[in-house]
Design a protein around this ligand. Structure first.
Ligand code: NG1
Ligand code: ZN
Length: 542
């Protein structure tokens, strides 16, 4: 490391005095004009991480569903996972170090994490479509180069595409080719094969699929891309499945601002359709978020009533489908669903009581869900907001691929074939709106389900999510996967008393990991009651 070069380059990316940021659940996120030094320093950190593992590390410049004026950055670990928690700590220290301490903090990290400064370091870089992203990713590059690292800049990609590239690179191509074509080819090949399987009389779901796929209207899907990167990447991918799915892109970023009155977060939070997408009764529609790692579905019924199909219903649909296939391959694979406290109570009850699949509740934040899901042969995880995926254990994957090749029993082999294509279609590194969309479309086609039938699997309990600003949100500490508050004293007792006033009710509060707010969630038998309960709990928080 050349201290003089570090000083010189760091001076070009000065830290605003007094600014302290934290690497939270979604990396660093704030107004774009405050992030230049963070970008430079995360370039440095990515090189250190790449040398410590050693492996290729990813860096994504995005602020997901936040307003266009914001930006952010996250690091991606070797298999496409979120950054290891011990390194989140280093990221915070490095981002907040004063100029004169930068060298010292780097040396400390090198010592603590046993970084070998002589190792090669390769960093994969990606960015979303925010106006600030290009310049900020140049600052990341400055950081990478100062420490003698190398980089490959993928430019504009979705967050999950970058996770995919990092995983491909570190598994020597076993997961796929680390190029955009590689991603499009892998996913579309699996999708087209699934749709084709649905047309064969050997399909485990025959004749449902046949009737569905022959209906031309069922092949149309309207996609709100939040005026973000999803629009670019989805239009690049469309030609790979010209007949199987007819995609109509809305909010492609050519007219309106990123995430403004549209996108998955807007639709989920406001429980209403995005602006800029004209919805006819019973048409199947979905929304991506700003970096295309989340998806929600919805439709309007004949009376004009809006129906949201969120992450919980996506997890349920996928679980029903996989459970049927797993029963057919008869391997005793252990399957489970992982949710957070925000999962609608009806979904948890349906999964446990009707489908008889074990459900686990973990803390908010994808890394917690991902980690828990790794314990099973088939781990389905989704946050209610539409971020999620499915993980298959190595043993389950190997067995499934073997059944496809060797199994003589038609029923077993054909079910294994559907599972094999599902494994290839699912982006197992992280939640991926494009991949999840294709998984859902394949399941609806194979099972011959309409969006209304899917929605009708269970009825959501009315719920309300509120946020309130308090002087210091850290005074609230929680336990039991964030469902109970342990501090401040007395708060949980107050919530318990309020919850008792309503039927089928539940409520909890927790400090957000991405915004300076406390979030309040309430569920009850009617929307009025859910709203009233959320409001009363919000008053108890002050
Ligand atoms: P916080 O701000 O910690 O509630 C939000 C979402 C999470 C997750 C992260 C990362 C809700 C209630 N919370 O976290 O689910 O997606 O952002 O983007 O939706
Ligand atoms: Zn996102």
């Amino acid at each position: 490391m050349d201290p003089e070069a570090l000083r010189k380059y760091s001076a070009l990316h000065p830290k605003p005095a007094g600014l302290a940021l934290q690497y939270g659940t979604a990396g660093f996120r704030t107004a774009a004009q405050h992030l230049d030094h963070v970008m430079f320093r995360m370039g440095l950190l990515a090189v250190l991480r790449a040398r410590a593992v050693p492996a290729t590390i990813g860096v994504m410049v995005t602020a997901s569903h936040n307003p266009e004026e914001d930006n952010g950055i996250k690091l991606v670990d070797p298999l496409g996972e979120m950054l290891h928690p011990s390194w989140e700590e280093y990221a915070t220290q490095l981002a907040n170090a004063e100029e004169q301490d930068l060298q010292k903090v780097i040396t400390e990290i090198c010592q603590k994490a046993a970084v070998n400064l002589h190792k090669d370091a390769l960093v994969f870089l990606g960015r979303d479509t925010r106006p600030s992203s290009e310049k900020l990713s140049q600052s990341v590059i400055d950081g990478i180069l100062v420490l003698g690292g190398q980089y490959h800049d993928y430019g504009l990609v979705t967050t999950p595409q970058l996770h995919y590239m990092v995983c491909c690179q570190n598994t020597q191509g076993q997961y796929g080719k680390a190029t955009l074509e590689g991603y499009y080819e892998k996913l579309s090949k699996a999708f087209v094969e699934l749709i084709k399987q649905g047309e064969s009389s050997l399909c485990p779901f025959f004749p449902c699929a046949k009737s569905h796929s022959s209906g031309e209207s069922q092949r149309h899907l309207k996609v709100d891309c939040a005026n973000g990167i999803g629009a670019l990447k989805l239009s690049e991918m469309k030609p790979y499945f010209p007949q199987e799915l007819l995609i109509h892109i809305y909010n492609d970023g050519t007219k309106e601002k990123l995430n403004h009155l549209c996108g998955a977060d807007f639709v989920k939070v406001h429980q209403k359709p995005p602006v800029g997408l004209d919805m006819k009764p019973n048409e199947r529609c979905c929304s991506f978020d700003g970096d295309a790692d989340r998806i929600v579905y919805y439709y309007k019924d004949a009376t004009g009533h809006f129906h949201l199909i969120d992450g919980d219903k996506i997890a349920t649909l996928i679980s029903i489908f996989l459970k049927e296939l797993l029963a057919k391959v008869r391997q005793n694979f252990k399957m489970a669903v992982v949710q957070t406290a925000y999962a609608n109570g009806s979904s948890t009850r349906y999964l446990e009581e009707t489908l008889k699949v074990p459900v686990h509740c973990v803390k908010t934040g994808v890394k917690h869900l991902h980690h828990k899901a790794q314990e099973f042969d088939v781990g389905v995880y989704f946050e209610a907001n539409g971020h999620g995926t499915v993980l298959f254990s190595k043993a389950a994957e190997t067995k499934i691929r073997q059944l496809v090749k060797e199994e003589k029993d038609d029923e077993k082999r054909e079910a294994a074939k559907v599972l094999e294509n599902m494994i290839d279609l699912i982006n197992q590194t992280v939640g991926d709106a494009i991949s999840d969309m294709l998984v859902i479309e394949a399941i609806l086609a194979l099972k011959g389900l309409t969006v209304q039938q899917w929605d009708g699997i269970y009825t959501d309990l009315p719920n309300r999510l509120l946020k309130v600003q308090v002087a210091d949100r850290r005074v609230i500490d929680t336990t039991d996967a964030e469902r109970r508050a342990v501090t401040p004293p007395g708060l949980q007792e107050k919530i318990d008393a309020l919850v008792k006033k309503y039927k089928l009710s539940r409520a909890f509060v927790r400090p957000s990991g991405t915004e300076d707010v406390v979030r309040i969630y309430a569920e009850a038998d009617t929307q009025e009651n859910a709203d009233a309960l959320a409001h009363e709990v919000s008053l108890a928080v002050y």
